[in-house]
Design a protein around this ligand. Structure first.
Ligand SMILES: [Zn+2]
Length: 260
């Protein structure tokens, strides 16, 4: 009997010891995985933080102004043309040159189109959508690019700048003077386009529509059909916009200083 009892006692002890080992072991395991988990999530968070900081640095570019650039026509609507030299391509090439130059000067360029597309199959809808982009992008100015043609005579040449209202005048003057220094074609002046041009009428910010020149005139055609010359023309237009933005910015600074 006594022997059996001893044996039973030992078995009981063994069971208790095993349970204790089990409990302590499980506890250690949970504790260890908690520690590992906490450490690794800490490092993960730090990694995420670094990534977010990097992303912020990329998008943090501070623009001094936003301009909507509208390359006229597109897709089914080629605009004016001589042979396969089409207004829709001339306006897009020029617009891209303008945008590149503006970005270099910390001015944000938003395009109404960046490829050979239209914004609608309906002309009026297409123009409405282009004009609406000023408000959608909280733009400071809207600049539309077009090319003229005059069927009756190929003697007519030069660029014209149509304006929306009085607030658009200095932008038009700055662009006009800048193109003049480029010595491209004659400046035919600033014309009120509020009533006749929908993209100006429907706009909500100071807006101009630039007719680059007459495609059926030999002098203008030599520029309009040459992508390298369009690049220079675009840079000159952008310089006019930069001059306008700078003048406006320094005016704002002076006004703020006077108020103080
Ligand atoms: Zn046009």
């Amino acid at each position: 009997m006594a022997k059996k009892r001893k044996l039973k006692l030992r078995i009981d002890r063994l069971i208790i010891v095993l349970i204790v080992i089990g409990v302590v072991g499980f506890g250690l395991y949970r504790g260890a995985s908690w520690v590992v988990g906490t450490i690794s999530s800490y490092f993960q968070k730090e990694e995420e933080q670094t990534q977010t900081n990097e992303e912020e640095t990329v998008t943090e570019k501070e623009y001094i102004a936003t301009i909507v650039i509208d390359p006229g026509h597109g897709d089914w609507d080629p605009g004016a043309n001589v042979g396969d030299v089409l207004e829709k391509n001339i306006t897009l090439t020029t617009a891209k040159a303008i945008g590149d130059t503006l970005e270099e000067a910390n001015i944000k360029a938003v395009f109404t189109r960046e490829s050979d597309i239209s914004l609608s199959n309906n002309k009026i809808e297409d123009l409405k959508k282009r004009a609406a982009m000023s408000a959608e992008n909280n733009a400071d100015y809207f600049v539309s690019i077009h090319v003229n043609s005059f069927e009756e005579s190929d003697d007519v040449s030069g660029f014209e700048i149509y304006t929306k209202n009085d607030e658009s005048q200095s932008l038009a003057q700055n662009i006009g003077s800048s193109i003049e220094t480029f010595n491209y074609s004659k400046n035919r002046g600033i014309i009120d386009g509020e009533r006749s041009l929908q993209v100006l009428r429907d706009n909500t910010v100071p807006s101009v529509l630039l007719e680059l020149g007459y495609i059926n005139n030999a002098n203008d055609y030599a520029y309009l059909s040459d992508d390298q010359k369009l690049q220079k023309l675009g840079e000159a237009i952008a310089q006019g916009i930069i001059n306008e933005v700078s003048a406006h910015n320094s005016e704002t600074i002076t006004q703020n200083n006077t108020n103080e």
